[in-house]
Ligand binder design. Structure first.
Ligand SMILES: Nc1nc2c(ncn2[C@@H]2O[C@H](COP(=O)(O)OP(=O)(O)OP(=O)(O)O)[C@@H](O)[C@H]2O)c(=O)[nH]1
Ligand SMILES: [Mg+2]
Length: 331
């Protein structure tokens, strides 16, 4: 079975509704990035230096990441030499196969849950990346799976942060544990853990204040939160998820590298993929970071959070190339 047939089989085993969510959320990336690549491969008749330069520029422009792009182009050059390829159209399926291979992976994207009792998930990240929104959406998702969910208003720092989480609580029908603005977030977590246990919650989602990774006191605050959680529930937090805003491109990669050393991250959430044409950042993240992408944010609404699935993602992004390949196979 060919690479593309295998891919298609693995997709068709999954639900169509999930695929269409990914497709909608990735529309901008598809329209700009895929269109430009297609245009390049059909417009140019020769594989020369200018062709490679333009391809490089498109890929870097889509935030695929310089290292990954250079490696990919090297591999394409090698294929061209080996197979004596002359026209870009012959190179196109090789290119799409390589792009897809870069994205595919089989790491664990499901949340790590406690064997029994309470699962605690801590969300961290810089200002405005979408932590609170992701918590609201995840509360909705877990609740729809029959879990009893609670949320902890650990951002006592930014004005309006507690109310924002409470609003999500009302919207999805989940209790929020809070204290006054300005109080110690570690104390909020302590309260929330007690409340979650006494009310028999399955999952506690913990919000934190947005922080710049170079603000030492905020990083220390995060450590304190972490220690309080661990003292109360020894295996917790079961996940520490770094939330990254896809529209910030390479900056998101930098944030991940800086946070990782200090906060024992277990996974990533990539938000606002719907708002960018630079979905190539997912490729860079998968190539350059050891952390799994667990969820992607594809909009601002309650059900706009999807568990990351590399097959679905690839299919949503490259469906045109996959269809082209099928046609070629049938011809
Ligand atoms: N389009 C889109 N917007 C999103 C997504 N996730 C979050 N947002 C928006 O991003 C903005 C910031 O989201 P928040 O959840 O408040 O971000 P935060 O990380 O909690 O911010 P701070 O609390 O200030 O650190 C809001 O307007 C959200 O609606 C997404 O996946 N897609
Ligand atoms: Mg917030």
């Amino acid at each position: 079975m060919s690479f593309f047939q295998r891919l298609k089989e693995s997709i068709s085993a999954k639900t169509e509704s999930v695929t269409s969510k990914f497709k909608e959320g990735l529309a901008k990336t598809r329209d700009v990035f895929i269109e430009r690549v297609d245009d390049l491969f059909s417009r140019r008749k020769k594989i020369d230096e200018e062709f490679y330069e333009e391809l490089e520029e498109i890929l870097i422009g889509a935030d695929v990441g310089v290292n990954t792009v250079l490696k990919l182009i090297e591999e394409l050059r090698a294929e061209v030499r080996k197979r004596k390829i002359e026209s870009p159209s012959e190179l196109q399926p090789i290119m799409s196969e390589k792009m897809i291979a870069l994205l595919k992976g089989d790491e664990q994207t499901a949340l790590r849950m406690a064997d029994s009792g309470l699962t605690v998930i801590l969300f961290v990240g810089v200002n405005g990346v979408g932590k609170t929104t992701t918590i609201g959406k995840l509360a909705h998702l877990l609740k729809s799976q029959g879990k009893k969910v609670m949320m902890a208003a650990g951002d006592t720092f930014r004005a309006g942060a507690i109310e924002q989480l409470e609003e999500w609580g009302r919207r999805v029908g989940v209790d929020v544990i809070k204290q006054q603005a300005g109080s110690d977030p570690a104390a909020v977590m302590f309260d929330a853990l007690q409340a979650a246990r006494s009310r028999g919650a399955d999952v506690l989602l913990c919000d934190t204040a947005g922080r710049l990774q170079n603000k030492v006191n905020l990083m220390e605050e995060l450590n304190k939160i972490f220690r309080v959680i661990r003292r109360e529930v020894p295996e917790a937090p079961h996940e520490v998820l770094l939330v990254l805003d896809a529209t910030t491109g390479q900056n998101a990669l930098m944030q991940a590298k800086l946070f990782d050393e200090k906060s024992g991250l277990t996974g990533l959430v990539l938000t606002k993929l719907d708002g960018t044409a630079k979905g190539g950042i997912v490729v860079a993240i998968r190539q350059e970071l050891q952390l799994p992408v667990k969820f992607v944010g594809l909009g601002e609404k309650m059900d706009d959070l999807q568990q990351f699935d590399s097959d679905q993602f690839v299919h949503a992004l490259f469906n045109k190339w996959i269809a082209d390949e099928e046609k070629r196979g049938q011809a």
